[in-house]
Design a protein around this ligand. Structure first.
Ligand code: ADP
Length: 362
């Protein structure tokens, strides 16, 4: 709680009393001693709430309230009127001009703090909701954009294939674009489920060795096209209590990155390690590595490294890996050395016996 509150009050002792009590609660404050200054402070400092005295010289509190409501920065700003005028008519006037609440002078500090706390709580909830909506909206627009691009790439290569005498040349592009679309749709539908908070993931014992072998096979053609090898070092009881679809997608995203960013002709190694209550899944490549300044950002939604922007991608892959690993009660980390390669490690709760799920992960 570090919100900024604008106190609009021309009586200095009242302003200081309010400031003292608000700062004691952990809020930041700024004081304006007339209406015009109040409007300037709102435009420049964008406070989170305004305590507005009615009786101000020149532009009074009602005028300030009306002006704020007509401006983009003030239209949804919580405003509490501080008024010595307790007559019903005056309270109604304040509320009808867009104030959210009022406190009659002389006021009780407890009542004032309570009203401030309630309005700020409401504002936080609305801000969080708007943020979520705009993120979902941008994810949707992004998905449509990526799919449209992919469809036109497939269309373009298909027309070329139909017109040329050597259509086989274009099939690789068509297949890899179709795979990109499939990954994107898989990520998006699982993401929507998790981000929307709808339903929990079903759980079952997942045998990681088998799942990794299966997943590696699906990348056989891609790996050989790049002259790369993919190996697996299994652990005898690498069984986790998780969701097979979600873990498969984690492996798919890490493996496809390792092949995309790894060194042509190089190795990709997947290793499963048992560590106390955890199974670590490490995916290691011999690519150029990730610059130190990019490493903390690679799990952010839509983040793409500077060198990667020329390659196909969405910036969603690692974000999805992180979200999925967390949804399963696990973690993910990345280590990288420039010129040597990168290792991504996902740790998931281990099942000692397939019949008895660990209580923490169940
Ligand atoms: P995308 O691959 O679509 O760009 P990701 O979320 O999968 O998106 O990855 C984010 C960024 O992290 C990539 O753009 C790239 O810069 C970096 N990255 C991911 N995996 C690797 C890797 N194995 N080697 C080097 N850089 C990687």
């Amino acid at each position: 709680m570090n919100e900024l509150i604008l106190i609009v009050e021309d009586e200095q002792d009242v302003a200081e009393l309010v400031r003292y009590n608000l700062e004691k609660q952990g809020y930041r404050t700024v004081i304006a001693d007339n209406g015009e200054r109040a409007i300037t402070v709102v435009q420049c400092f964008e406070p989170d709430l305004v305590l507005l005295d009615v009786m101000l010289p020149e532009l009074n509190g009602w005028g300030v309230c009306e002006t704020l409501r007509a401006s983009s920065k003030g239209k949804s700003l919580p405003v509490i009127m501080l008024t010595a005028l307790s007559a019903e008519e005056n309270r109604i006037k304040g509320l009808s001009l867009g104030a959210d609440d009022y406190v009659s002078k002389p006021f009780s500090v407890r009542e004032l703090l309570l009203k401030v706390g309630k309005l700020l709580e409401k504002r936080r909830a609305i801000t969080a909701l708007l943020k979520k909506e705009s993120e979902q909206d941008s994810s949707f627009r992004f998905l449509v954009h990526e799919l449209k691009n992919s469809v036109s790439i497939i269309g373009g290569f298909s027309s070329l294939a139909a017109a040329k005498s050597d259509p086989g040349r274009y099939m690789g592009h068509i297949a890899s674009t179709a795979l990109h679309m499939e990954n994107l749709l898989n990520d998006a539908s699982l993401l929507a489920k998790l981000e929307g908070g709808t339903g929990s993931l079903s759980r079952e014992p997942v045998f990681l060795g088998e799942l990794a072998k299966d997943t590696i096979e699906t990348f056989g053609a891609e790996a050989s096209a790049r002259g790369m090898t993919v190996s697996l070092s299994d652990a005898p009881s690498a069984v986790v209590w998780g969701n097979k679809t979600v873990i498969r997608q984690i492996l798919v995203n890490l493996l496809s990155n390792a092949l995309k960013y790894g060194r042509q002709g190089g190795r990709v190694r997947i290793a499963l390690h048992e560590r106390n209550k955890w199974i670590d899944i490490a995916v290691r490549d011999e690519g150029p590595g990730i610059p130190k300044n990019e490493l903390p950002k690679i799990f952010d939604k839509f983040y793409r490294g500077a060198e990667s922007k020329t390659m196909a991608g969405s910036g969603l892959g690692l974000f999805v890996v992180k979200l999925f690993a967390h949804a399963l009660g696990g973690t993910v980390s990345a280590a990288s050395e420039l010129g040597k390669g990168s290792t991504f490690t996902v740790s998931l709760g281990r099942v000692r016996s397939a019949q008895s799920p660990p209580s923490a992960a169940a």
